[in-house]
Design a protein around this ligand. Structure first.
Ligand SMILES: C[S@@+](CC[C@H](N)C(=O)[O-])C[C@H]1O[C@@H](n2cnc3c(N)ncnc32)[C@H](O)[C@@H]1O
Length: 378
């Protein structure tokens, strides 16, 4: 079956997701309201869920229409061919969002949508949905009076790779860490070090990239339980993907943290992700970092010091980090932080600076390219 598919990704990293989609060969894409959309079939849906490292979710668009009243909304939802997608026992969950529209009550839009879907299935199956079967998350999105109805094929967000059972201090989302690695100039032939690794997200995501482990290999997706589609190829797709995993030969990926509990957590996550032997994780103060490795990459999100009382600690931490990392002149440096005067504290103006949201927090991703790298290349 051919569908209109869309993927969502965080503000500031859509371009990285687009690049991933291009590499997966999805063809022409369009961007609207934070979604990247394209045409594809069941294989495209499965491929995007299995391989995309930076997207949040993968949706199938069921219908779109204009609505300025609840009657319009009910009629539009009822008119969609829900029976093509949902079986009689579907467990239906409706999520919603409303932006700049006449219909601005999200909860009313959700309950009207659910009622119209259930009425439609009743009219087709002769029974009300029993809701005893697989989960179907339907999204009703109303933007400038245009309603888009989609089915969330991922279920849990794609940042849930299946390795983070436990929550660290201020963990970075896996999807964001992967996107920042892709925005950096790191490649698996270069050493990678996160001197503030916390629960290990950067080193683990780097190891998954380097070893060609698909982001979704160790988790389930809602589409995999859906009866009205043919996803029977998915088991083989995963087996083929697993056969393409590379060894960790030649990789140098390290994470350090001053907090031993965080390092233990990172080690557990690395093991669960299947890269426990690939990443080296150790308790260490950033100030004690040293290496003889050449042409490496530092990538970190150090503490942001959100409380006023942390200000002096942050000042000395950032200036020490700037001094210690700059001693490795042939290394690149990448830092994600919300600290406003970061460049002054770090001691150098960034070569590049990109606005990124870490959750709801506005941050910048500062890039520093090696000073002697260009000379080396000549
Ligand atoms: C924002 S968290 C990093 C979160 C991490 N990226 C993750 O995904 O879990 C910052 C980390 O810096 C660590 N830290 C603070 N001061 C440090 C220092 N002097 N040396 C090394 N790590 C330090 C903290 O223990 C904390 O885990």
């Amino acid at each position: 079956m051919l569908f209109d598919i869309s993927v969502s990704s965080a503000s500031g990293i859509e371009a990285v997701t687009k690049r991933e989609l291009y590499k997966l060969g999805v063809g022409e894409v369009a961007c609207e309201n934070g979604r990247i959309s394209f045409r594809g079939d069941e294989k495209t849906v499965a491929t995007c869920n299995l391989y995309l490292r930076t997207a949040n979710r993968v949706f199938i668009t069921v219908a779109s229409f204009r609505a300025e009243s609840f009657d319009d909304l009910y009629e539009g939802v009822f008119a969609a061919e829900w029976q093509d997608y949902l079986p009689q026992d579907a467990k239906i969950i409706v999520t919603g969002k409303c932006v700049s529209s006449k219909l601005m009550s999200v909860s009313s839009c959700q309950s009207i949508t659910k009622k119209a879907i259930c009425d439609k299935l009743y009219s087709k199956y002769g029974n009300a949905p029993s809701e005893t079967g697989a989960r179907y998350k339907a999204e009703v999105s109303v933007c400038k009076n245009k309603v888009t109805l989609s089915l969330d094929t991922s279920g849990e967000g794609l940042h849930r790779r299946g390795y983070r059972g436990l929550v660290g201090e201020a963990p970075l989302k896996e999807t964001l860490a992967a996107a920042l690695l892709m925005l950096s100039d790191w490649n698996p032939s270069r050493p990678l070090v996160d001197t503030f690794c916390g629960s290990g997200t950067f080193p683990i995501e780097a190891a998954l990239i380097a070893r060609n482990v698909p982001a979704g290999l160790n988790r389930r997706f809602d589409f995999d339980f859906w009866k009205n589609f043919d996803f029977s190829f998915f088991k083989e797709m995963k087996e083929n993907a697993a056969a393409e995993i590379k060894s960790d030969e030649g990789l140098y990926i390290c994470g350090y943290d001053i907090d031993g509990e965080q390092v233990k957590l990172a080690q557990t996550h690395a093991r669960l992700a299947g890269v426990g032997e690939t990443v080296h994780l150790q308790t260490r103060d950033m100030r004690e970092f040293s290496t003889k490795k050449r042409n490496g990459v530092f990538i970190s999100n150090p503490p942001y010091g959100e409380r006023l009382s942390d200000r002096n600690t942050i000042k000395s931490l950032y200036s020490d980090f700037g001094r210690i990392s700059s001693a490795h002149g042939d290394w690149s440096r990448f830092v994600l932080t919300s600290v406003p005067d970061f460049e002054r504290l770090f001691g150098k103006k960034a070569d590049k600076k990109r606005k990124i949201y870490n959750g709801k927090l506005e941050c910048f991703f500062y890039s520093y390219f090696p000073e002697i790298y260009e000379k080396d290349k000549k």
